[in-house]
Write a protein that binds this ligand. Sequence first.
Ligand code: G3H
Ligand code: 13P
Ligand code: ZN
Length: 335
Amino acid sequence: MTNYSEFITPNKLYKMISYKELGLVNSKELFAKAVKGGYAIPAFNFNNMEQMQAIISACVETKSPVILQVSSGARKYANQTLLRYMAQGAVEYAKELGQNIPIVLHLDHGDSFELCKSCIDMGFSSVMIDGSHHSFEKNIELTKQVVEYAHAHGVTVEGELGVLAGVEDEVSAEHHTYTQPEEVEEFVKRTGVDSLAISIGTSHGAFKFKPGQKPEIRLDILEEIEKRIPGFPIVLHGASSVPQDVVADINKFGGKLEDSIGIPEEQLRMAAASAVCKINIDSDGRLAMTAAIRKVFAQSPAEFDPRKYLGPARDALKELYKHKILNVLGSNDKI
Ligand code: G3H
Ligand code: 13P
Ligand code: ZN
């Protein structure tokens, strides 16, 4: 029988459950293997069923572990309880497709202890506490508080040092501040985090650089960080590459996206071969789905069955994820 314990807040009844009962895993072992093996685990954001199906089927077909990533915006959009059950469903769905792949359910950009705690209590196996906008001391204090609660529940924690540029619904900063290598050792030691997100030139969203600019991941800073905390799992956010053929399709089929370029995949491959063991990709998936849906609407304007446009969007997303796993992250055949 499921070991639920229930508690009541003024207006909500939550069912507390451990991720272990949902068949999920934390990121500890996955990261240790990824750092040793010179590859990165995909962290793909999801907000709905089609995205989840695309992620799981791509990872099953490539035999890749995966981090299902939920932002606070996703929690508001889809409802936290439904997302939790979808992650539980993902574990069963993967088995049904023929592979028992390791699946992590991770909170992306948690901004408070309370949010992290609520996710841990509801079955997340990993959380990010993003204290990067705070002072160094405040970031340490907040991160440490989350680590203490998370570790008591077997949940792993990602912290962040340095600020990425870029704008999404819930995450924004105009300019990036690179991570200072001289701060990482103290941060990791004093907080007890399991992985560290760093700022080395990637940025959030689909509008990262203008054509003509030269995107550059500062591999020299990464190297300096690795020297200070050898073998420690490093995370890259803002790692979408903004595929130009996809942007062109969106605009060809009625869209109006500004010209922009993302992080070159060769640079991400180099990062994945080092201590970078988790790479976050969201915007490229948004673009792939949008291009597929626009194409159906442009070519079949009489279509109104959502399965007829969400289906192709799901297929496009799955292909994108398989490409990332096989050609960028190298996490295939690592289960
Ligand atoms: O880094 C942020 C993720 O892409 C999530 O974006 O807050 O709009 O869900 P969101
Ligand atoms: P992109 O916007 O580059 O896909 O980054 C996603 C991300 O970092 C999620 O945390
Ligand atoms: Zn991010």
